[in-house]
Ligand binder design. Structure first.
Ligand code: IMP
Ligand code: MG
Length: 174
């Protein structure tokens, strides 16, 4: 399977933006410790690079939720495949997402995590596709890039599980 890919966001742009986000996040948490909750598998590259720029007291945990079937369209059905390993009750939490599309995944996730009564719950996403939003009223605290309604791949994001390892964000040209 080979596709033609256009670069939408370069590796250098991603690196620069992550430094800016890390500075903002560090300032906002103001010396308090917090847990990065990464959503597998899409957020892994972003989470790792962001964590390395956060020279403060953080922990890492992961959840796996699935909303996408094979291909480009969301099934609309959310499945929790892996829960957190550490309880977050009373803790400060930063959800780290690859992309917010319809918003279904994030709204389910926020509901799920709020049930555990964290102290602070914030959301950081590398990409936001606001034109695709179905769930209204989702608050994103930190956004890397707002992108148009295009299916993107790379830097963690997949097309049928492929292309996650591209070091940039690209668009598949049909
Ligand atoms: P939502 O529930 O529709 O917001 O979808 C969120 C999830 O769908 C993301 O965490 C991604 O895993 C996946 N997704 C949404 N848009 C794209 C895309 O353009 N490329 C690859 N994966 C995507
Ligand atoms: Mg995802």
């Amino acid at each position: 399977m080979q596709h033609n890919i256009d670069v939408l966001i370069s590796q250098a742009e991603i690196e620069k933006r992550i430094e800016e986000l890390a500075t903002e996040i560090k300032r906002d948490f103001n010396g308090e410790s917090f847990t990065l909750v990464g959503i597998l598998k899409g957020s892994v590259m972003f989470m790792v690079d962001l964590a390395k720029k956060l020279d403060c007291d953080i922990e890492l945990d992961f959840m796996d939720i699935s909303s996408y079937g094979a291909g480009k369209e969301s099934s609309g059905v959310i499945q929790f495949l892996k829960d957190l390993e550490q309880p977050i009750t009373g803790k400060n939490v930063l959800i780290v997402e690859d992309i917010v599309d319809t918003g279904r995944t994030l709204s389910h996730l926020i509901k799920h995590l709020k049930n555990q009564e964290p102290n602070i719950l914030k959301v950081c996403t590398l990409l936001d596709k606001p034109e695709r939003r179905v769930v209204e009223g989702i608050k994103i605290d930190y956004t890397g890039f707002v992108i148009p309604d295009k299916f993107v791949i790379g830097y963690g994001l997949d097309y049928d599980q492929k292309y996650r390892n591209l070091p940039y964000i690209g668009v598949v040209i049909d």
